[in-house]
Design a protein around this ligand. Structure first.
Ligand code: ZN
Length: 306
């Protein structure tokens, strides 16, 4: 059984408040091993990581949605602390134009680094879903977002897992375990006591889990495609529709996020990147009262998908 644990390290928009730090989301994937990722790294993210008891040294990949300071200003301090803690393992930072901005960050100040920092550019134009990170258990993908500057949205996508049905193998008289299961998974069939047993005879596919993070974005078709059937969608929800007077508004409203969640048929949606003008949680809750699968993010909130 695998599990994804998401911790909200920062949930404000633009300006921090007493209760909300700048944007950052930690994702922990548990299978036989643990993998940890950070999505955005606003100012103060390392203190948020300490406060919640996570180990930032286990983070090897950071995904930046765009290069507005409220989403990346924590990188410098976090990298500095990793260095002071004698990190040796490489750290990879993904983002639109990551090479340019990571290079600029590394040229600020006199910090020495005893570990390598790799920057990887993420596509920010078009409609393609790009695979950024891939292993046999899961991948991390992106699509271009729409925010007036290069921006991307990300998804953690667990691969479907082939499970052996214990009842079925018992009925067929197959052993409870052994090398034949590896063979049948690899080749699709196996000969057993003169009969051919196919994978379909004894196995079923367990659907992989999906967690999607929008970063800052206006409503796009890309997001609906990326979020399709997600177990959890974490989405920019800076304002209520009635408060948007600015034509230059480059975010998504509460109301839009709820519509996106419905259209993409997501199981759960969490509204984040909340403007400081909304201090009263009850007013926010009222906005989502007709949506049992929607929640308002708060700092240090943990959500488990299993
Ligand atoms: Zn922002």
């Amino acid at each position: 059984m695998t599990q994804i644990e998401v911790t909200f390290l920062g949930t404000t928009a633009g300006i921090p408040t007493k209760y909300r730090n700048h944007a950052s989301i930690h994702l922990l994937y548990r299978s036989e091993q643990e993998s940890q990722f950070l999505f955005d790294c606003g100012e103060g993210t390392q203190r948020q990581i300490f406060s919640v008891g996570l180990n930032f040294m286990r983070i090897n990949e950071i995904f930046i949605s765009h290069w507005h300071a409220d989403h990346f200003a924590g990188l410098l301090g976090l990298m500095e602390t990793m260095n002071l803690e004698k990190r040796q393992k490489a750290l990879t930072i993904f983002g639109p134009e990551a090479e340019r901005f990571v290079d600029a960050l590394l040229n600020l100040g006199y910090a020495s680094k005893n570990f390598s920092i790799i920057a990887k550019d993420v596509p920010f134009e078009g409609t393609e879903i790009a695979t950024l990170f891939d292993n046999p258990e899961f991948s991390i993908v992106s699509v271009p977002a729409k925010h007036g500057i290069p921006a991307a949205s990300y998804a953690f996508v667990e691969k479907d897992r082939i499970k052996i049905d214990k009842e079925k193998i018992k009925k067929l008289g197959l052993p409870p375990q052994g090398p034949i299961y590896r063979k049948i998974k690899e080749e699709g069939h196996v000969a057993f006591k003169g009969k051919t047993i196919t994978l379909d005879d004894i196995a079923f596919a367990e659907k992989g889990k999906k967690v999607v993070y929008s970063g800052d974005t206006m409503v796009t078709k890309n997001m609906i495609k990326l979020a399709e059937h997600a177990d959890l969608l974490i989405h920019d929800s800076t304002f209520f529709e009635e408060d948007v007077f600015d034509k230059e508004y480059k975010h998504t409203t509460f109301e839009d996020v709820l519509r996106i969640a419905e259209e993409a048929k997501v199981k759960q949606v969490i509204l984040t990147h909340i403007s400081r003008r909304y201090q009263n949680v009850e007013v926010m809750k009222d906005k989502i009262k007709d949506y049992p699968n929607a929640k308002i993010a708060k700092d240090f909130m943990k959500v488990v998908v299993d």
